[in-house]
Write a protein that binds this ligand. Structure first.
Ligand SMILES: C[S@@+](CC[C@H](N)C(=O)[O-])C[C@H]1O[C@@H](n2cnc3c(N)ncnc32)[C@H](O)[C@@H]1O
Length: 355
């Protein structure tokens, strides 16, 4: 396997123009300084940093009152730029500032670097990710919680997983080997194992996903039943199997991809390459299962449905079944701006090789 270079928030270099604040009376000056592109290190307490970010948020909201999509994008970019000038110092893998949370990622991800600075928003992200990792996340179709590794995709809605679970209940084919392409935090793999599959080959292009799965399969005694590779699509695996599952990103990408975005946005060639490689790895009676959604279509992003496109234009696969499920209604808060959500459905596509 290629070496895993784990992604993590970048360490920030400070300069002689970096200021330190210790108390609340410094906040208005600190806001002025960050708006003039200076860095501010939060000493005093962690809460002081939260107050400064609140102040910045309010100031930028007033400066960017435009509530249109574009207006909000400008606001978010400004907030991102200036909030990342607010820093925390890390010493011996702990945040130096008083009353800060304890975040295990600081040792796990920065081992060997004991004294450095991170931006406050990045520390907030690390803190949330640490809570998910140590407390675990409940997934309705699984017996045990999952423990997502830092910067690894995990599901927050479950309709598509329920569709897959129901389909697996009725599946009566062989249960020796399966592929889980884009394994993420392993949800589909755990569903397959719970339903009696012997061995899963899992891949991902996100090194953090593979690192996390190596750790959790080892600690739960599943190392021999889940073989992993860090690579695109099927990675180094060439075996033919009876089942291939892929819960791909659901939205077409238009620009550069960041790591976590690869969980959400797909590049143009992803689906054609996937179907070509999958056709070579499916046994004659095998099934190819894709979990997808009409999200891109109903939100007006594209009219292209990459699975329908494959079935209509290529001669590799035919449709066995297509199951759909409505996605839970959006909350009242988001309903006004996301009308299309009422039309959103998740889809379970089961394909077989054309004979
Ligand atoms: C929507 S997430 C699904 C994760 C997991 N299977 C699940 O259902 O929770 C898509 C996953 O595919 C991975 N991915 C994206 N492009 C990939 C590729 N070309 N090859 C392998 N994995 C890929 C992403 O990093 C992400 O973990």
């Amino acid at each position: 396997m290629q070496p895993l270079i784990i992604s993590k928030p970048e360490v920030i270099k400070t300069s002689k123009d970096t200021f330190v604040i210790n108390q609340e009376v410094d906040l208005p000056d600190a806001l002025d300084l960050i708006l003039n592109d200076h860095q501010i290190v939060i000493e005093g307490t962690y809460g002081l940093g939260l107050k400064l970010l609140n102040l910045l948020h309010g100031f930028l909201k007033d400066r960017h009152p435009d509530t249109s999509f574009e207006g909000q994008r400008v606001f978010r970019n400004a907030y991102q730029k200036y909030s990342n000038k607010v820093l925390l110092q890390i010493q011996s893998y702990r945040i130096k500032t008083r009353k800060s949370p304890t975040i295990g990622w600081l040792q796990k991800l920065y081992y060997g670097n004991e004294d450095f600075f991170l931006s406050f928003p990045h520390v907030q992200g690390l803190n949330s990710a640490w809570q998910w990792y140590i407390k675990g996340v409940d997934i309705p179709v699984l017996k045990n919680k999952i423990h997502p590794y830092y910067n690894t995709y995990f599901p927050t809605r479950f309709e598509h997983l329920i569709l897959f679970d129901t389909w697996l209940e009725s599946y009566n084919g062989a249960k020796e080997f399966a592929y889980d392409v884009g394994i993420g935090s392993g949800v589909l793999t755990y569903q397959l194992l719970e339903k009696g599959f012997d061995k899963i080959f899992g891949t991902d292009t996100n090194p953090n996903a593979i690192k996390g799965m190596l750790e959790t399969t080892k600690s739960s005694g599943l190392l021999s039943r889940v073989e992993l590779d860090y690579g695109s699509l099927f990675g180094r695996f060439g075996y033919q199997v009876e089942l291939i599952v892929f819960n791909p990103p659901w939205l077409p990408a238009s620009t550069n991809l960041g790591r976590i975005d690869e969980g959400i946005y797909y590049p143009e060639r992803l689906f054609p390459s996937f179907f070509k490689d999958a056709a070579q790895r499916l046994l004659p009676n095998g099934k190819l299962v894709l979990l997808f959604s009409n999200l891109a279509e109903v939100s007006g992003v594209t009219k292209v449905h990459p699975i329908r496109e494959e079935l209509e234009n290529e001669d590799r696969f035919e449709l066995e079944t297509l199951e759909k499920s409505k996605v839970k209604k959006a909350s009242n808060k988001t309903k006004r701006t996301q009308n299309w959500r009422t039309k959103e459905e998740v889809e379970l596509w089961v394909l077989k090789l054309k004979t």
